[in-house]
Design a protein around this ligand. Structure first.
Ligand code: PLP
Length: 457
């Protein structure tokens, strides 16, 4: 739809939307009093809607890495659709874009993650991982290895099985999702919240040991895999303490537990390397990718398998009874390839490491002087501003006070989009963000924090 500033048209859209559109992660009752915001167009780091232009420090949902509105991407999609509007990849069929994308991802991925299964969303990639992990252990003659270890504060998706992985009971209870016997949660490596007096290294040891303890408590013979986001993005951009990930990988190897790394947010450059496994120095058996794979221009995701994992999956002659109609869709795959070409051509990931990432970190760290800010965490272009009631004791504001939401709303009044998660403001802007846009973001955030602080007095 072309952008419009016609108020009547906006109201009409809001009305038909409210009548017929069930929104994800939205309170339908709240929609009755506050209509949905209609986004009409976007360019670079800015989104436009209802006569306003907003700086999107969230890159949509942490996905629009190359920035919005690239004509080249639209042209790629149009050309791909003209050439091959659709064909599937079931039953030994392929097409150029899917084959080239698989080859490119295998070349980029760390370690020996050389095989790719395509799906349409991060949830589907992780759901596929859960099925293949089960398949793997059955083929290995270890049918009792069925339990998945996940962590508090994790987010891995919205399907029935991936919801059970999520580390927030609020995502289980309303749907009656039972985790017992399927998924066991261990502590999040959230140093600021749980580290107490421990050094970063000691806390890394402590948080990794919690995984080992859980494996020993249940028995290694029953644990199929450990799943984790390198940075726990959705629920607070929780950064791993130094040394945590290599220790986790070592524990998994020691007890013959598969390691599934969920790089749906961190993959494709967000931390200043193509994959966060490179940033944190470890290798996984399986890796899920989505969001930044196409920068959100098309729905596409991938699950990458290590050689040793793939070998077991492919060892016997048997049809893999799994797949989605649009797995490796030719248009989505062409768009993902173009996205990778742009990331490489414009050195957008190198820029995060050498230039804009350090600028982002230094700018956000100026907020540490604010009385509401307990910690600022930044890795590449993902960041958290952690709010606290007391900088010394790190006491939290009760969630129901909505302090973080208040800051996010005040930021919105200044045309800035940041995401509140508990007591944390999360940001992960497009890789193309400029230093002046970062200044605008930090200045706006600073005054939003001032307003909230004043309201609390
Ligand atoms: N994994 C992580 C780490 C995510 O952040 C998300 C979504 O935010 C998902 C998986 C699920 O991806 P999708 O929403 O594409 O299903």
């Amino acid at each position: 739809m072309a952008p419009t500033d016609d108020n009547n048209n906006i109201h009409m859209l809001q009305d038909i939307d409210r009548a017929h559109h069930l929104h994800p992660f939205t309170d339908p009752q709240a929609l009755k009093t506050a209509p949905p915001f209609v986004v009409e167009s976007a360019e670079g780091c800015m989104i436009q809607g209802q006569g306003m232009s907003l700086l999107d420090a969230m890159a949509g949902l942490g996905c629009v890495n190359i920035g919005y509105g690239r004509t080249e991407m639209a042209q790629t999609a149009a050309k791909a659709m003209e050439e091959l509007s659709f064909y599937h990849s079931f039953a030994a069929i392929t097409h150029p874009a899917a084959a080239k994308l698989a080859d490119k991802l295998a070349a980029l991925a760390p370690g020996n993650l050389n095989k790719v299964f395509f799906a349409n969303s991060g949830s589907e990639a992780n759901e596929t991982a859960l099925k293949l992990i089960q398949y793997y252990w059955l083929r290995k003659g270890k049918p009792n290895k069925t339990i998945i270890l996940s962590r508090d504060f994790s987010y891995h998706g919205s399907t029935l099985a991936t919801s059970a992985l999520n580390g927030l009971t609020a995502m289980h209870e309303p749907f009656g999702i039972k985790t017992k016997g399927h998924v066991e949660h261990v502590m999040s490596p959230f140093w600021y919240r749980f580290g107490g007096d421990m050094t970063e290294e000691a806390f890394a040891e402590h948080a990794a040991k919690a995984i080992e303890d859980k494996i020993l408590e249940i028995g290694p013979g029953r644990i199929a895999a450990f799943v984790g986001e390198p940075i726990q993005g959705t629920l607070g951009a929780i950064m791993p303490p130094k040394g945590y990930w290599p220790k986790v990988a070592e524990i998994c190897r020691k007890y013959d537990v598969l390691l599934l790394v969920d790089e749906v947010v961190t993959g494709m450059g967000r931390t200043g390397n193509w994959f966060a496994q490179e940033t944190y120095g470890f290798e996984a058996d399986l890796m899920s990718l989505a969001k930044g794979l196409s920068s959100g221009y098309q729905p596409i995701s991938a699950l990458m398998l290590s050689d040793s994992f793939a070998e077991v999956v492919e060892a016997e002659s048997a049809v893999l009874q799994h797949g989605f109609t649009t797995s490796g869709h030719p248009v989505a795959a062409a768009v993902a390839l173009k996205n990778i070409e742009i990331l490489e051509r414009e050195n957008l990931i190198g820029r995060i490491k050498s230039e804009i990432g350090p600028y982002f970190k230094q700018a956000l760290e100026t907020l540490l002087d604010h009385p509401l800010v307990g910690e600022v965490r930044v890795e590449g272009l993902i960041a958290a501003v952690e709010l606290t009631k007391n900088k010394v004791t790190r006491e939290q504001y009760p969630y129901e006070w909505g302090v973080c939401q208040h800051v996010a709303n005040a930021a919105l009044m200044q045309r800035l989009i940041v995401r509140p998660a508990g007591n944390v403001l999360v940001m992960c802007p497009p890789f193309t963000i400029s230093s002046s846009e970062i200044d605008q973001l930090v200045n706006g955030l600073s005054s939003a924090l001032d307003q909230t602080y004043a309201a609390l007095q």
